[in-house]
Design a protein. Structure first.
Length: 329
C-alpha cells in the first residue's frame, strides 16, 4: 500500500515538471517571435524610408528555395510608405487666396466679389506696413471667434428657416441700395462709363427687378455690378494706405480704407430714411446674417490648412486693395 502511494507521488512530481517545462518552452517561443517582429519594424523617426514587410518565416523560406534551385534569392520588393503630409508655409496671395480670405474682408466686399474670380498674380511691391500688429492680432482673434461662436451659429439657424432663393433676393436688395456709393465713386474716379452702367443697373433692378429683389440687369442685359469704394478712390488720387488696422466688429482695413469705409457708410440711403439707430442697426445685422448664411462654407478647415491666418488675411487684403487701385487708374 505504501509502495503504491510512493509510485503515485513520483508520477505526480514527474507530471508537474513536464508541464512546467512545456509551458516555459511555449512562452519562450512567443517572446522570440514578438522580438523578431519588433526588430523588423522601422523606427518612428524613419517613417519616410520604405521598409520591406518581413515575417519570421520569410528568411528561412527564401534560403531553402535558394539552396534547392541554386539561384540567388530574390530580394522582396519594398512596400511603399504612406506619403508624408506637408504644410505649405507660403503666404496666401491674390492668386491663391481661397474664398474665406475674401469673407474676412467684410460682407460688403464679399457681395462685390461674389461671382468674379480673381487670378491676377501677386504684386511683390506691396508693403505690409503693420506697426500695430500686436493690437491687430488680438482684434482679429476677437472677430474670428465672434464669427465662429456667434455669427455662424445664428446664420446656420437662419439658413435652416429661410430658403436660398429668398436669401439671394434679400442680398440683391441690399446690394441695390448701396448703389449711390458705387456710382459717386465711379464719377470721382472719372470712370463715367462704369458710372452709367451702375446707374442703369439701379434703374432696371429697381423697376423690373421689383425694388432690386431680382438682378434683371445682369441676367437679361449683362450689366455686371461695379466694384468701387471711397478708399479705392483715395488710392487712385494718390493717398497712401497707411498702417494696417483691425477693429472689433469691422473688417480688416488700412487707415485710408477706414476713412473710405465711413464715407461710403454716410452715402447709404437707409441711414436717411431710417433715422432711428436701433432700426438702422437691425437692418445692418439682418444684412450681415443673410450674407453670412450665403457663405456658410467659407471658413471650413482653415485652422488645419493655414499656418498663420492673420498674416495670410493681411497679405491677401493688401494685395487685393493694391490691385483694385491699379485697375481703377
Amino acid at each position: 500500500m505504501r509502495s503504491s502511494s510512493g509510485v503515485r507521488s513520483v508520477l505526480l512530481v514527474v507530471a508537474v515538471l513536464g508541464f512546467a517545462l512545456g509551458g516555459c518552452g511555449s512562452l519562450s517561443g512567443k517572446l522570440v517571435e514578438e522580438s523578431s517582429l519588433l526588430a523588423s519594424r522601422a523606427p518612428v523617426a524613419a517613417l519616410e524610408e520604405p521598409v520591406p514587410a518581413v515575417t519570421p518565416e520569410a528568411p528561412a523560406a527564401t534560403e531553402t528555395a535558394a539552396s534547392d534551385t541554386g539561384t540567388p534569392a530574390e530580394t522582396p520588393e519594398p512596400v511603399a510608405a504612406d506619403p508624408a503630409v506637408t504644410i505649405d508655409y507660403a503666404p496666401i496671395t491674390s492668386a491663391n487666396a481661397p474664398a474665406w480670405v475674401v469673407a474676412l474682408s467684410g460682407p460688403l466686399n464679399v457681395a462685390q466679389q461674389r461671382g468674379s474670380p480673381d487670378s491676377a498674380p501677386a504684386d511683390p511691391d506691396v508693403e505690409e506696413y503693420d506697426p500695430w500688429e500686436s493690437f491687430n492680432e488680438k482684434m482679429f482673434a476677437f472677430n474670428y471667434n465672434l464669427d465662429k461662436y456667434v455669427l455662424k451659429p445664428i446664420a446656420q439657424g437662419y439658413n435652416f428657416v429661410v430658403p436660398d432663393m429668398f436669401q439671394t433676393m434679400i442680398d440683391n436688395a441690399f446690394t441695390n441700395l448701396r448703389m449711390p456709393a458705387r456710382f459717386v465713386n465711379k464719377v470721382l474716379q472719372w470712370r463715367l462709363l462704369d458710372a452709367s452702367k451702375e446707374m442703369g443697373r439701379f434703374l432696371v433692378n429697381s423697376t423690373l427687378g421689383i425694388g432690386g429683389l431680382f438682378d434683371v440687369a445682369k441676367q437679361e442685359m449683362g450689366l455686371e455690378r461695379q466694384r468701387a469704394d471711397f478708399g479705392q478712390t483715395l488710392g487712385i488720387w494718390g493717398v497712401q494706405p497707411g498702417p494696417f488696422l483691425v477693429l472689433p466688429f469691422l473688417p480688416p482695413m488700412t487707415v485710408r480704407d477706414g476713412i473710405g469705409y465711413g464715407v461710403d457708410g454716410a452715402m447709404h440711403p437707409l441711414y436717411y430714411y431710417i433715422p432711428f439707430w436701433p432700426d438702422a442697426l437691425a437692418m445692418k445685422l439682418g444684412d450681415t446674417v443673410n450674407d453670412r448664411s450665403l457663405n456658410l462654407d467659407l471658413f471650413q478647415g482653415i485652422e488645419s490648412s493655414t499656418v498663420d491666418l492673420y498674416s495670410a488675411v493681411r497679405n491677401a487684403y493688401l494685395q487685393r486693395r493694391a490691385r483694385m487701385i491699379k485697375e481703377g487708374r
